[in-house]
Write a protein that binds this ligand. Structure first.
Ligand code: UD1
Ligand code: MG
Length: 434
């Protein structure tokens, strides 16, 4: 249930340490841009969520609008007011309390933010203690409480020794922001307006500042590709633990990758090395070792080892074996055990697809459909040139190129060069050894 709380997510920075043409906040974690994970957690506790953008703002806005309809975007004047302080200068929060989050903290959960919701202080700020505080702002605390935050680039040698660091999340009373934001200056090593400078200004006026000790597991910021990889490990662990609690069996779960949008129902088994992505829905099915399932649906089916379901494959009561690739096809009660490509196809109950069957669905310009009826037996090494309809109860002989657009119910289709066997050819060609 939303609280009387406005949330502002800072997502305008360049993220230059990512060394990428893509804005930092759009880098994916478990299949979704990291910013979307923070917005999702924010919408669980607030009815007023704003995202501050500047760098690549069109791309960031377009991407977030594809996930959420009920958030506001605020554009930072990053040329004149760079920095985290500049980022909050244009916001217009609806509520008296404002929670400021960073767009580069994809592991945040609404539960982990409870301390900020409960705090009655003028400012609540997040702190963690790190063995290696490198890169973070240091929080200087005296007997009288939090005194100020100093950024690494501005810190003295003594300040650099401090291991209490600013995790970068704060709740402010709206009046605190209104009063102190205009007082920020950019007289510092980075010539930026630091939001963190509000702490010292508020302290000088005897406002209450509550330090909240937070854990790295939820509050760690992503600033580099290495951080992105470690955040992914944590997110994957959460996703897999959730599904195992729901009864999904996983062999060597640390080798399995499952995107956040995947849904399992009933009793499913996932073997090591599987990758399951997009809006896949897996019901009572078995995904064997090293298979890839993308945006597909499986009901009472199995795939692999080393099977590949590309987007929009729908399998019901179907067995897909090793090295079989299926794309945008609906298979019901089908067996395709080995080495095949089934694309843009519909295949019905009782049909058996022999090893090496290929649907030739693309002529270099367009894609065409293959429709295979019930109880069709397709021999090994068959090519079906689409568009093609193979009616019920058909046999296709091994090695056939099906070039007719329709094979009638009950027929045999066969296309072969007559086989010859030439006696003693081997010895004539290679000679005899004795
Ligand atoms: C910031 C804090 C630092 C803290 C750290 C925690 C400041 C001055 N420093 O440093 O004390 O330890 O976070 O991770 O706040 N952003 C904007 N506009 C800007 C600049 C940044 O929206 O002009 C956004 C970024 O997109 C990012 C967030 O603010 O989501 C933090 O920016 P970042 O550059 O990562 O700050 P840090 O140097 O990590
Ligand atoms: Mg950061």
């Amino acid at each position: 249930m939303p609280h009387k709380l406005s949330i502002v997510i800072l997502a305008a920075g360049k993220g230059s340490r990512m060394k990428s043409d893509t804005a930092k906040v759009l880098h994916p974690i478990s299949g979704k841009p990291m910013l979307s994970h923070i917005i999702k957690a924010s919408l669980e506790i607030s009815d007023d969520v704003s995202v501050v953008v500047a760098h690549q703002k069109e791309r960031v806005i377009e991407s977030m609008q594809s996930y959420f309809s009920d958030i506001n975007f605020v554009v930072q004047d990053a040329d004149n007011f760079p920095g985290t302080g500049g980022a909050v200068m244009n916001i217009t929060p609806k509520n008296e309390k404002v929670l400021v989050l960073n767009g580069d903290m994809p592991l945040i959960t609404s539960k982990a933010l409870q301390g900020f919701i409960d705090s009655n202080a003028d400012i609540a700020m997040s702190i963690f203690d790190l063995v290696n505080p490198d890169g973070y702002g240091r929080v200087i605390i005296s007997e009288a409480g939090v005194e100020y935050i100093v950024e690494q680039k501005d810190a003295s040698v003594e300040e650099l020794m401090v291991t209490h660091v600013n995790a970068g999340i704060y709740s402010f009373k709206k009046s605190v922001l209104q009063k102190y934001l205009p007082q920020l200056s950019n007289a510092n090593a980075q010539s930026e307006y630091y939001l963190t400078d509000i702490i010292a200004l508020a302290k000088a006026d005897n406002l209450t500042i509550e330090p909240l000790l937070v854990d790295e597991e939820h509050f760690k910021g992503v600033n580099s590709k290495a951080d992105l990889a470690s955040a992914e490990v944590i997110m994957q662990r959460r996703i897999k633990e959730h599904w195992m609690t729901q009864g999904v069996s996983m062999q060597l779960p640390e080798t399995i990758y499952i995107e956040e949008s995947v849904v399992f129902e009933g009793e499913c088994i996932i073997e090591n090395g599987a990758r399951i992505t997009g809006n896949s829905l897996i019901i009572n099915s078995h995904i064997k070792a090293h298979s890839v399932v993308e945006d597909s649906k499986m009901i009472n089916s199995d795939v692999g080892p080393m099977g590949h379901l590309r987007p929009l494959s729908h399998l019901t009561d179907t067995h897909i074996g090793n090295f079989v690739e299926v794309k945008k096809s609906t298979l019901t009660g089908v067996k395709a055990g080995h080495l095949s490509y089934l694309g843009d196809a519909t295949i019905d109950t009782g049909s058996n697809i022999g090893a090496g069957t290929i649907t030739c669905n693309y002529d270099g310009k367009n894609k065409y459909q293959t429709i295979i009826g019930k109880n069709v037996f397709i021999g090994s090494d068959t090519q079906i040139v689409a568009p093609c309809v193979i009616e019920d109860d058909v046999m296709i002989a091994a090695g056939t190129t099906v070039s007719a657009q329709k094979i009638e119910k009950g027929s045999l289709a066969i296309s072969r060069v007559k086989m010859k066997s030439i006696k003693n050819f081997f010895y004539k060609f290679f000679g005899t050894s004795s």
